[in-house]
Write a protein that binds this ligand. Structure first.
Ligand SMILES: NC(=O)c1ccc[n+]([C@@H]2O[C@H](COP(=O)([O-])OP(=O)(O)OC[C@H]3O[C@@H](n4cnc5c(N)ncnc54)[C@H](O)[C@@H]3O)[C@@H](O)[C@H]2O)c1
Length: 438
């Protein structure tokens, strides 16, 4: 089976690579020529555990190809996946420019039946826009070529993307024709052989499932952050509360961790897009507006805690050196899109602090975003050396058990603000640190 995957980012590259690993011939397409050139040389543009080996193996066996020109492979493929970005527009709605560009190219060049599958996260109704765009191009050409559209939203998580794709909890496929459903069934058969579930739906439901899933997860995080902040005021321990409620199978223990706010390329934009899409249908997503507001406030919480700490002794953050451990929006990725670290860095710099940062993989990404505004340390201890306070922002494994005795000697002041609740309060106090968490 031959397919094309358009957009070779986090989702497209993982999707294309994993399909090729299952014996399917995949052409990955991207308009970013530098990215495609690097991939051909075996250089993977993102940090994703296990991906590099799979790309190398399948590229060498010629099941995986890279190109900048979709039109070159259109005659040879049965299915085209569209996995291009859908960034938020100024008003929060999903910008469908790239999705519709791909549809236009397909409409301008197909010569025979093709199934066009949207993998990007898109509002309900997008598949119909894709269909109309392709049809409009066919009409311009004066040709009648059959095609189908389908929706196959992606649920992989950055950091475990390869494993998520190869062993999915579920695959959601929205179709509106038997032919499209049969093709998708054939494509995913290697996965269903391993008992992974494919859920067939209509197209609007498939599109909605992705947004509803992300909105639910974001809601759990903001809910726990709200509970955590109340715990702090009333003298309860949110960690105990988390365990107490998470043991109820109706609630479950996952995604109940309070922290310094959710970030990444998906939750913030998808929550925004769902609110916007509802408002276009004159419906007010009250819960999601609150989820968003709580998250925005939460991202500023660590800075406020730090500011208040210094204020208590009549000081300000101006002239202080603050160390940051963790820049990526979560561990095992170098993705800093909408990361709490960006909000914290900006606030500290505006307050006149010197910011020293360390992240195991996101240093280059930070250099791209922040340039020389912050100081880059070679390791976590160098970042904390001479600092007036240390902020933990991403719970990378290597941050979990630091040598506090070393830090106590090298930091200017023993102050730790833990944005992920990974340290033990009693232990920190016993080690002589001023310690605050969420
Ligand atoms: N990142 C995630 O964890 C994740 C998970 C599930 C779903 N999604 C969704 O998947 C989609 C893609 O996300 P991503 O994180 O992979 O984005 P990304 O920004 O990493 O990659 C998008 C790629 O598409 C390319 N592109 C844009 N227009 C193109 C065109 N006309 N032709 C060919 N290539 C083009 C860009 O150059 C870029 O390389 C989004 O809708 C996102 O919401 C992302």
């Amino acid at each position: 089976m031959n397919i094309a995957v358009v957009g070779t980012g986090y989702v497209g590259l993982v999707t294309g690579t994993c399909f090729s690993e299952m014996g399917i011939n995949v052409t990955c397409v991207d308009i970013d020529a530098a990215k495609i050139e690097k991939l051909k040389q075996g250089i993977i543009p993102i940090h994703e555990p296990g991906l590099s080996e799979l790309v190398g193996k399948n590229y060498r066996s010629e099941r995986l190809r890279f190109t900048t020109d979709l039109t070159q492979c259109l005659d040879d493929v049965e299915i085209v996946f569209s996995a291009v970005g859908t960034p938020p527009d100024e008003d929060g709605s999903a910008d469908l420019r790239y999705v519709l560009d791909v549809a236009r190219t397909i409409g301008q060049h197909i010569k025979r039946y093709i199934l066009v599958v949207t993998k990007s996260t898109v509002p309900v109704g997008t598949a119909q826009k894709v269909k109309a765009t392709i049809q409009a191009e066919l009409d311009k050409r004066g040709v009648s070529i059959p095609f189908d559209v389908a929706s196959n939203p992606e649920f992989l998580k950055e950091g475990t993307a390869v494993d998520d794709f190869m062993r999915p909890d579920r695959v959601v496929v929205g179709t509106e024709s038997d032919r499209a459903q049969e093709l998708m069934g054939k494509l995913y058969r290697p996965f269903t052989l391993n008992n992974h579930r494919v859920i067939y739906t209509d197209i609007p439901s498939a599109e909605m499932i992705k947004y509803a899933a992300n909105a639910m997860l974001a809601t759990r995080i903001s809910f726990m952050n709200d509970i955590a902040n109340l715990c702090a005021s009333v003298g309860a321990d949110v960690d105990m509360v988390r365990q107490g409620i998470g043991s109820d199978p109706r609630i479950g223990s996952r995604f109940l961790y309070p922290g310094c706010g959710y970030g990444g390329s998906c939750f913030p934009k998808d929550v925004k897009a769902l609110i916007k899409s509802a408002s276009e249908h004159r419906y007010d997503m009250q819960i999601l507006r609150a989820v968003e507001a709580v998250n925005e406030r939460q991202k500023t919480l660590l800075f406020s805690k730090l500011e208040n700490f210094f204020k208590a002794s009549g000081e300000t953050l101006s002239g202080k050196t603050i160390a940051l451990w963790g820049l990526a929006f979560k561990p095992d990725t170098d993705d800093m899109r909408e990361a709490p670290s960006v909000v914290v860095m900006d606030a500290l710099l505006a307050a006149g602090s010197t910011v020293k940062v360390y992240d195991p993989v996101a240093m280059n990404e930070c250099r791209r975003i922040k340039g020389n505004a912050v100081t880059y340390a070679a390791d976590m201890y160098e970042a904390a050396g001479g600092a007036d306070a240390l902020l933990l922002l991403t719970e990378w494994k290597e941050f979990r058990l630091p040598a506090w005795d070393v830090l106590k000697k090298t930091m200017r002041q023993p102050v730790v603000i833990d944005g992920r609740n990974i340290y033990n309060k009693k232990e920190m106090h016993a080690n002589g640190f001023h310690y605050e968490c969420i």
